[in-house]
Design a protein around this ligand. Structure first.
Ligand code: NAD
Ligand code: DAU
Length: 356
């Protein structure tokens, strides 16, 4: 069986659902269920005997060790993290606690578990650390995309905390020979994406007749990957990646934020037109920029393609249409996650810009 952390969040839940569509191997899924974790994401596997969900914190070493020795996983895939850059700017402490200290405690529990395995299981064991392209910092317009050997230059508390966790993972390979793999992926989008992030926020605000907030000039570039393509990359790296290596994951889909928002408006105009006949573009509003906003990310995923034969299935056009359709068909999920604590966050983040 495999052990997943953060499997009730956006990418983790997509990974769990995708895994059970392909394999029968069970998963132990440890998630703290922070504001970003949601058991509704896993509704399709309720009652599935292959899925063992445990609510808990990766910082709880007794719990994590107990689960490792009980379930004896052959691999751990580590998604659990605080993941939103804007939240890290308003309050970095949780990012340090989960992304750095939590990863450290998880590595310590794993080191103790791994040391007790027989030689065969030891050699076969894998720890896959799911990380981000943001650790490489920001690119100018003409620089080549990030390769695995790019220097780390994180710019936000979020990316600094992920960079620190990447370094710890690397050190556990070099110092203790723990068989680790690290993936550094670009921006994901797709079903179950929490509507604090650009794409689901824009879809939600458009349909709620609210402003579509564009930070700064909207010319910042992100490299978008459909979430299920990220899941297939992780599966492939787990299967055939070389211990100690890092793999960059991306979809060769660089887009300026304003273009992403305009594309969303066009699809919504077609699939769910406004009653007054106007385009959703009329709701676009330029707001204050994110402090320290990285200008451009781009991933060179050649290593993953050449060594492991991975390529994404979705283009931006196919993936974004699927995503908009999913949100249109899952308005109850959106309504459930955008009540209560969500409203507080929106007020705190966008209050001065009066986007509501
Ligand atoms: P998310 O915020 O949607 O989900 C994170 C999950 O981790 C939640 O279910 C949350 O409850 C859980 N969690 C948080 N703290 C925990 C703790 N202390 N113990 C146990 N569980 C805890 O994040 P996501 O977008 O799904 O990202 C998953 C991973 O992928 C993160 O490590 C992130 O850095 C990385 N990543 C994300 C993207 C992206 O575009 N979203 C891109 C590249 C890499
Ligand atoms: O690159 C990978 C990273 O992508 C992951 O590691 C992070 O976990 C994930 O959250 C994401 O980070 P970004 O900051 O790039 O994603 P976000 O959706 O928050 O923002 C995308 C871009 O859109 C970014 O340039 C900021 C901008 N933006 C965002 C919001 C929420 C806006 O213009 N307006 C907004 O309201």
């Amino acid at each position: 069986m495999i052990f997943v952390t953060g499997g009730a969040g956006f990418i983790g839940s997509n990974f769990v659902l995708d895994w059970f569509e392909k394999y029968d191997e069970p998963i132990v899924n440890l998630d703290k269920l922070t504001y970003a974790g949601n058991l509704e994401n896993l509704a399709d596997v309720v009652g599935d005997a292959r899925h063992h969900f445990v609510r808990g914190d990766i910082n709880d070493t007794n719990l994590v060790s107990g689960l490792l020795f009980k379930y004896k996983p052959r691999a751990v895939v580590h998604f659990a993290a605080e993941s939103h850059v804007d939240r890290s700017i308003l309050g970095p402490a949780d990012f340090i606690e989960t992304n750095i200290v939590g990863t450290f405690r998880l590595l310590e529990a794993l080191r103790a578990y791994w040391a007790e395995l027989d030689d065969h299981s030891k050699a076969d064991f894998r720890f896959l650390h799911v990380s981000t392209d943001e650790v490489y910092g920001s690119l100018s317009k003409d620089e080549p995309a990030f390769g695995e050997t790019n220097q780390y230059a994180p710019n936000s508390p979020y990316s600094a905390s992920k960079a620190a966790s990447d370094h710890l993972v690397r050190a556990y390979f070099h110092t203790y020979a723990l068989p680790v793999l690290t993936s550094n992926c670009s921006n994901n989008y797709g079903p179950y994406h929490f509507p604090e992030k650009l794409i689901p926020l824009v879809i939600h605000n458009a349909l709620s007749n609210k402003a579509l907030p564009i930070y700064g000039d909207g010319q910042q570039i992100r490299d978008w990957l459909y979430v299920r393509d990220h899941c297939s990359a992780i599966q492939r790296i787990l299967e055939a990646g070389r211990p100690g290596e890092t793999y960059n994951v991306g979809g060769w889909n660089e887009k300026a934020n304003l273009d992403v928002v305009k594309a969303l408006c066009s699809i919504l105009d077609e699939l769910s037109p406004r009653v007054d006949g106007q385009s959703y573009r009329s709701q676009i509003a330029f707001v204050s920029d994110r402090p320290g906003h990285d200008r451009r990310y781009a991933i060179d995923a050649t290593k993953l393609k050449n060594e492991l034969g991975w390529e994404p299935v979705e283009t931006f056009d196919t993936g974004i249409r699927k995503t908009v359709n999913w949100y249109l068909n899952n308005q109850k999920w959106v309504a459930n996650v955008t009540s209560g604590a969500y409203l507080k966050w929106i007020g705190k983040q966008y209050g001065n810009d009066e986007i509501a």
